[in-house]
Design a protein around this ligand. Structure first.
Ligand code: 13P
Length: 258
Protein backbone atom coordinates (compact mmCIF):
# COMPACT_ATOMS: atom_id res chain seq x y z
CA UNK A 1 0.00 0.00 0.00
CA UNK A 2 1.46 3.34 -1.01
CA UNK A 3 1.77 5.90 1.77
CA UNK A 4 2.73 8.86 -0.40
CA UNK A 5 0.41 11.85 -0.59
CA UNK A 6 0.89 14.74 -2.97
CA UNK A 7 1.24 17.45 -0.32
CA UNK A 8 3.59 17.54 2.62
CA UNK A 9 2.05 18.87 5.83
CA UNK A 10 4.38 20.82 8.10
CA UNK A 11 2.48 21.66 11.27
CA UNK A 12 3.88 23.65 14.17
CA UNK A 13 2.45 23.01 17.63
CA UNK A 14 3.54 25.93 19.80
CA UNK A 15 2.02 24.30 22.91
CA UNK A 16 1.87 26.89 25.79
CA UNK A 17 4.30 29.32 24.11
CA UNK A 18 5.22 32.16 23.78
CA UNK A 19 4.17 34.25 26.80
CA UNK A 20 3.51 37.50 24.93
CA UNK A 21 1.34 38.60 22.06
CA UNK A 22 4.26 40.58 20.61
CA UNK A 23 6.48 37.50 20.47
CA UNK A 24 3.68 35.41 18.97
CA UNK A 25 3.15 37.99 16.21
CA UNK A 26 6.85 38.19 15.48
CA UNK A 27 7.14 34.40 15.23
CA UNK A 28 4.10 34.09 13.01
CA UNK A 29 5.20 36.94 10.69
CA UNK A 30 8.63 35.38 10.24
CA UNK A 31 7.08 32.10 9.15
CA UNK A 32 4.50 33.79 6.93
CA UNK A 33 7.09 35.93 5.12
CA UNK A 34 8.97 32.80 4.10
CA UNK A 35 5.91 30.78 3.20
CA UNK A 36 4.87 33.48 0.72
CA UNK A 37 8.09 32.72 -1.16
CA UNK A 38 7.54 28.98 -1.60
CA UNK A 39 5.34 26.75 -3.73
CA UNK A 40 2.36 26.11 -1.50
CA UNK A 41 1.08 23.45 -3.86
CA UNK A 42 3.75 21.24 -2.35
CA UNK A 43 3.59 22.16 1.31
CA UNK A 44 0.67 22.89 3.63
CA UNK A 45 2.05 24.96 6.51
CA UNK A 46 -0.07 25.11 9.64
CA UNK A 47 0.66 26.96 12.89
CA UNK A 48 -1.19 25.95 16.07
CA UNK A 49 -0.66 28.74 18.62
CA UNK A 50 -2.39 29.03 22.01
CA UNK A 51 -6.10 29.94 21.59
CA UNK A 52 -5.56 33.50 22.82
CA UNK A 53 -3.36 34.40 19.84
CA UNK A 54 -5.51 32.90 17.09
CA UNK A 55 -7.35 36.13 16.34
CA UNK A 56 -4.06 38.04 15.98
CA UNK A 57 -3.14 36.18 12.82
CA UNK A 58 -4.38 36.43 9.25
CA UNK A 59 -6.56 33.40 8.63
CA UNK A 60 -6.68 33.95 4.85
CA UNK A 61 -2.94 33.90 4.30
CA UNK A 62 -0.72 31.08 3.12
CA UNK A 63 -0.05 29.83 6.64
CA UNK A 64 -3.13 27.99 7.86
CA UNK A 65 -4.29 28.32 11.44
CA UNK A 66 -4.79 25.40 13.77
CA UNK A 67 -6.02 25.15 17.37
CA UNK A 68 -4.42 22.87 19.96
CA UNK A 69 -7.73 21.45 21.13
CA UNK A 70 -11.48 21.70 20.58
CA UNK A 71 -14.56 20.88 22.64
CA UNK A 72 -17.26 18.41 21.62
CA UNK A 73 -20.28 20.69 22.17
CA UNK A 74 -21.01 23.82 20.17
CA UNK A 75 -22.08 26.14 22.99
CA UNK A 76 -23.44 26.10 26.51
CA UNK A 77 -22.29 25.71 30.12
CA UNK A 78 -18.80 24.31 29.53
CA UNK A 79 -16.48 26.64 31.41
CA UNK A 80 -13.15 27.15 29.73
CA UNK A 81 -13.95 25.28 26.54
CA UNK A 82 -13.80 26.40 22.90
CA UNK A 83 -16.09 25.03 20.18
CA UNK A 84 -15.60 24.13 16.54
CA UNK A 85 -18.06 26.88 15.61
CA UNK A 86 -16.00 29.53 17.41
CA UNK A 87 -12.80 28.30 15.79
CA UNK A 88 -14.24 28.16 12.30
CA UNK A 89 -15.57 31.70 12.61
CA UNK A 90 -12.01 32.82 13.38
CA UNK A 91 -10.81 31.12 10.21
CA UNK A 92 -9.18 28.20 12.02
CA UNK A 93 -8.86 25.21 9.66
CA UNK A 94 -7.32 22.53 11.87
CA UNK A 95 -7.45 21.33 15.48
CA UNK A 96 -5.01 19.03 17.22
CA UNK A 97 -7.02 16.38 19.08
CA UNK A 98 -5.83 13.84 21.65
CA UNK A 99 -2.30 15.15 22.07
CA UNK A 100 -0.46 12.95 24.57
CA UNK A 101 0.10 15.94 26.87
CA UNK A 102 -3.68 16.42 27.14
CA UNK A 103 -4.20 12.69 27.65
CA UNK A 104 -1.51 12.71 30.36
CA UNK A 105 -2.15 16.00 32.23
CA UNK A 106 -5.84 16.61 31.55
CA UNK A 107 -7.09 13.03 31.68
CA UNK A 108 -8.33 13.07 28.10
CA UNK A 109 -9.69 9.62 27.19
CA UNK A 110 -10.17 7.86 23.85
CA UNK A 111 -13.92 8.48 24.24
CA UNK A 112 -13.37 12.25 24.59
CA UNK A 113 -11.03 12.15 21.61
CA UNK A 114 -13.75 10.43 19.58
CA UNK A 115 -16.34 13.09 20.54
CA UNK A 116 -13.90 15.88 19.68
CA UNK A 117 -13.15 14.41 16.26
CA UNK A 118 -16.87 14.18 15.53
CA UNK A 119 -17.37 17.80 16.63
CA UNK A 120 -14.46 19.03 14.54
CA UNK A 121 -15.71 17.22 11.44
CA UNK A 122 -19.25 18.51 11.97
CA UNK A 123 -17.87 22.04 12.41
CA UNK A 124 -15.67 21.89 9.29
CA UNK A 125 -12.41 22.03 11.22
CA UNK A 126 -9.87 19.37 10.16
CA UNK A 127 -8.94 17.12 13.10
CA UNK A 128 -5.28 16.20 13.61
CA UNK A 129 -5.61 13.02 15.66
CA UNK A 130 -2.52 12.34 17.80
CA UNK A 131 -1.64 8.79 18.80
CA UNK A 132 1.45 7.15 20.26
CA UNK A 133 2.84 4.79 22.84
CA UNK A 134 4.75 5.40 26.08
CA UNK A 135 8.28 4.13 26.61
CA UNK A 136 7.02 1.31 28.86
CA UNK A 137 4.51 0.21 26.25
CA UNK A 138 7.22 0.23 23.61
CA UNK A 139 9.59 -1.78 25.82
CA UNK A 140 6.86 -4.34 26.46
CA UNK A 141 6.42 -4.72 22.69
CA UNK A 142 2.87 -3.31 22.87
CA UNK A 143 3.26 -0.44 20.38
CA UNK A 144 1.16 -2.06 17.64
CA UNK A 145 -1.66 -2.93 20.02
CA UNK A 146 -1.72 0.60 21.47
CA UNK A 147 -1.88 2.18 18.01
CA UNK A 148 -4.68 -0.15 16.85
CA UNK A 149 -6.67 0.57 19.99
CA UNK A 150 -6.22 4.37 19.84
CA UNK A 151 -7.15 4.61 16.16
CA UNK A 152 -10.17 2.29 16.43
CA UNK A 153 -11.55 4.11 19.48
CA UNK A 154 -10.90 7.58 18.05
CA UNK A 155 -12.80 6.71 14.86
CA UNK A 156 -15.73 4.85 16.41
CA UNK A 157 -18.95 5.57 14.51
CA UNK A 158 -17.33 8.06 12.17
CA UNK A 159 -18.44 7.45 8.59
CA UNK A 160 -15.73 7.19 5.98
CA UNK A 161 -17.19 9.99 3.86
CA UNK A 162 -16.70 12.43 6.75
CA UNK A 163 -13.01 11.58 7.05
CA UNK A 164 -11.94 11.87 3.47
CA UNK A 165 -10.11 15.11 2.82
CA UNK A 166 -10.45 16.08 6.47
CA UNK A 167 -8.77 13.76 8.97
CA UNK A 168 -5.03 13.94 9.56
CA UNK A 169 -3.32 11.42 11.85
CA UNK A 170 -0.06 12.20 13.67
CA UNK A 171 2.01 9.37 15.11
CA UNK A 172 3.83 10.87 18.09
CA UNK A 173 5.62 8.29 20.25
CA UNK A 174 5.46 9.81 23.74
CA UNK A 175 9.06 8.86 24.53
CA UNK A 176 10.22 10.86 21.49
CA UNK A 177 8.42 14.11 22.42
CA UNK A 178 10.89 16.73 23.63
CA UNK A 179 13.48 14.06 24.42
CA UNK A 180 15.84 14.21 21.44
CA UNK A 181 15.19 10.50 20.85
CA UNK A 182 13.65 9.59 17.50
CA UNK A 183 12.53 6.20 16.13
CA UNK A 184 14.29 4.94 13.01
CA UNK A 185 12.70 5.71 9.62
CA UNK A 186 11.92 1.97 9.31
CA UNK A 187 9.99 2.00 12.57
CA UNK A 188 8.09 5.13 11.55
CA UNK A 189 7.29 3.59 8.17
CA UNK A 190 5.95 0.41 9.75
CA UNK A 191 3.66 2.39 12.07
CA UNK A 192 2.48 4.40 9.04
CA UNK A 193 1.61 1.16 7.27
CA UNK A 194 -0.10 -0.20 10.37
CA UNK A 195 -2.31 2.91 10.57
CA UNK A 196 -3.25 2.48 6.90
CA UNK A 197 -4.11 -1.18 7.55
CA UNK A 198 -6.33 -0.22 10.50
CA UNK A 199 -8.16 2.32 8.32
CA UNK A 200 -8.59 -0.27 5.56
CA UNK A 201 -9.95 -2.77 8.10
CA UNK A 202 -12.37 -0.31 9.73
CA UNK A 203 -13.78 0.94 6.42
CA UNK A 204 -13.49 -2.26 4.39
CA UNK A 205 -11.65 -0.60 1.52
CA UNK A 206 -8.55 1.46 0.82
CA UNK A 207 -10.08 4.88 0.22
CA UNK A 208 -9.59 6.26 3.74
CA UNK A 209 -6.24 4.49 4.03
CA UNK A 210 -5.01 6.18 0.88
CA UNK A 211 -6.44 9.62 1.53
CA UNK A 212 -5.66 10.27 5.20
CA UNK A 213 -2.29 12.04 5.58
CA UNK A 214 -0.16 10.41 8.26
CA UNK A 215 2.43 12.59 9.97
CA UNK A 216 5.27 11.96 12.38
CA UNK A 217 5.93 14.03 15.53
CA UNK A 218 8.55 13.89 18.31
CA UNK A 219 11.94 15.68 18.44
CA UNK A 220 11.82 16.74 14.81
CA UNK A 221 14.56 19.23 13.93
CA UNK A 222 16.29 20.64 10.86
CA UNK A 223 18.68 17.66 10.72
CA UNK A 224 16.21 14.77 10.89
CA UNK A 225 13.09 16.32 9.31
CA UNK A 226 13.73 15.41 5.70
CA UNK A 227 14.52 11.73 6.32
CA UNK A 228 11.51 11.32 8.60
CA UNK A 229 9.34 12.01 5.57
CA UNK A 230 11.48 10.97 2.64
CA UNK A 231 12.54 7.60 4.08
CA UNK A 232 9.20 6.73 5.64
CA UNK A 233 6.66 7.58 2.95
CA UNK A 234 4.72 9.65 5.49
CA UNK A 235 2.96 12.88 4.53
CA UNK A 236 4.55 15.35 6.91
CA UNK A 237 5.53 16.40 10.39
CA UNK A 238 4.00 17.75 13.60
CA UNK A 239 6.70 19.87 15.18
CA UNK A 240 6.89 21.14 18.76
CA UNK A 241 10.16 22.69 19.98
CA UNK A 242 11.60 23.46 16.55
CA UNK A 243 8.41 25.32 15.55
CA UNK A 244 9.22 27.89 18.24
CA UNK A 245 12.36 28.80 16.32
CA UNK A 246 10.95 30.39 13.16
CA UNK A 247 14.26 30.24 11.30
CA UNK A 248 14.61 26.49 11.87
CA UNK A 249 10.93 25.89 11.15
CA UNK A 250 11.05 27.68 7.80
CA UNK A 251 14.26 25.88 6.91
CA UNK A 252 12.32 22.63 7.33
CA UNK A 253 9.39 23.98 5.31
CA UNK A 254 11.71 25.09 2.49
CA UNK A 255 13.27 21.65 2.26
CA UNK A 256 9.89 20.18 1.30
CA UNK A 257 8.92 22.97 -1.08
CA UNK A 258 11.56 22.09 -3.67
P1 13P B 1 8.74 18.18 20.06
O1 13P B 1 8.93 18.45 18.58
O2 13P B 1 9.13 19.33 20.92
O3 13P B 1 9.35 16.88 20.47
O4 13P B 1 7.15 18.03 20.28
C1 13P B 1 6.43 17.19 19.46
C2 13P B 1 4.99 17.39 19.72
O5 13P B 1 4.48 17.04 20.77
C3 13P B 1 4.21 18.07 18.68
O6 13P B 1 2.84 17.96 18.91
Amino acid sequence: MDLKQTKTYIIGNWKMNPASEADAEEMFDEVEDEVYKIDDEKVEVVICPPFVFLSNFDSDGKVKLGAQDIFWENSGAFTGEISADMLRRLGVRYAIIGHSERRQYLGETDEMVNLKIKAALAGKVRPILCIGETLEERQRGDTGEIIVNQVEKALTEIPEKDLIGNLVIAYEPIWAIGSGAVPSPDEVMSIGLLIKKILAKIYGNRVAAESVPILYGGSVNRDNAFDLVDKTGLSGLLIGGASLKPREFVEIVRRFAK
